[in-house]
Each structure stands twice: as structure tokens, then as C-alpha cells.
Design a protein around this ligand. Sequence first.
Ligand code: AKG
Length: 197
Amino acid sequence: MKAATAEEVLEAIQQVVGPDFVLLSTTFFAKYPLQTEGANQPKCLTVIGTHQDRQYWGLEPASAPVASVWIAIDNATRENGAMQMYPTTHKTPLPHVKHYDNCSALFDAQSIPPEDLPAESEFLELVPGQYAIFDSRTAHRSGRNSSPSRRIGLTMIYASADIVLKEMDYQNYVEWRVPMPIRCAGKSCEEPSGAEL
Ligand SMILES: O=C(O)CCC(=O)C(=O)O
């Protein structure tokens, strides 16, 4: 919660989504080293298929700005599964194909096929504490951790307060309720009461 409501982050987010906004989610993405002996390390499910956060979540209206923040808890490198970003993709919603890569941890193993992506991409190689803010339509993915080092990142998604969460289109829909969004204005955020958490 401290990271999500840090003044520096809120100021940056305001510039992108406007003065009245909600924190929709915080998620840790952990990739443990594949080479840790004896670790209960799944061979699969450490890949995140290429996706656009807001498209994948069914956030509307399309005109409402949504921004994603990814903070490195550990070093993020190409070898340990740093995020790979596809610049310019924020301009267009792209198709998400179900079961494209069944090793992907996304619901329905969705992914945007490579032919729908630009040839150019950039890896978000960050040191702990560094973060990136991107338009939630920017397509991104992350690969396996093939290194001996752990890679954990924290994602936080903010949207302008008029956002609506439509039902997600999943084949194997699991009840996954987005908790009460946290409303922010100016430099402060209201935490929901215990009952809403
Ligand atoms: O941390 C990762 O590897 C993936 C994060 C991600 O896809 C996201 O935040 O939407």
C-alpha cells in the first residue's frame, strides 16, 4: 500500500489519468530461479503471454485513461524474465487469442499473436526500486526465468474514476472479484474499510 500511494507515484499517475482516479489492483509477479535445487518450481506458468492490461480486463469506456506501474523488487534482466514492451501498441486494441501458449499464467492462456505486434520491442531491465509507468494498452509479456536469480515485480493499475469493469470473457471463468477500488484525489488515497478489503 505504501508503494501504491507514494506521493511520487501519485503525482506521476495524475499527469496521465487526471486528478480523480482509482487504484484498481496491485499484483506481485514472482519468477523463482529455475536452477534452485530442490525448489518446487513449476516448469510452466512462469511465462506471461503478450497482453494489453485494459483489453484483457474488459475496462470501459475505451476513452477512460488507464495506467500501469511496474516496480522492480529484484533486479529484472532479460535472463530472469524482465518485461518486454511493444512501443506504439497503446494506440490500438489488439486481439487476444485464447490458449495461444498454455504455459502462460494468464487466464485462458491468452496471448496476442506475434504477427499482430510490431517488430521492435524493448526489455524493461530495472534495478530494485526502479519503476516504469505505461499506458495500459501497451502490449507486454515476460518470459521464463532461466537465471539463478529471483525476479519479483509489483504491478499497480490506476484508472480515471469513471472506469467500469465489464465481465471478463473467460472460458473457464473463475470467480475473481476485483476488490473495492481505492479512490485517490490530489496526493492522497482513501483506503477502503476492512469490510471491503
Ligand atoms: O511481471 C511480469 O512478469 C508480468 C507483469 C504483467 O504482465 C502486468 O503487470 O500486466
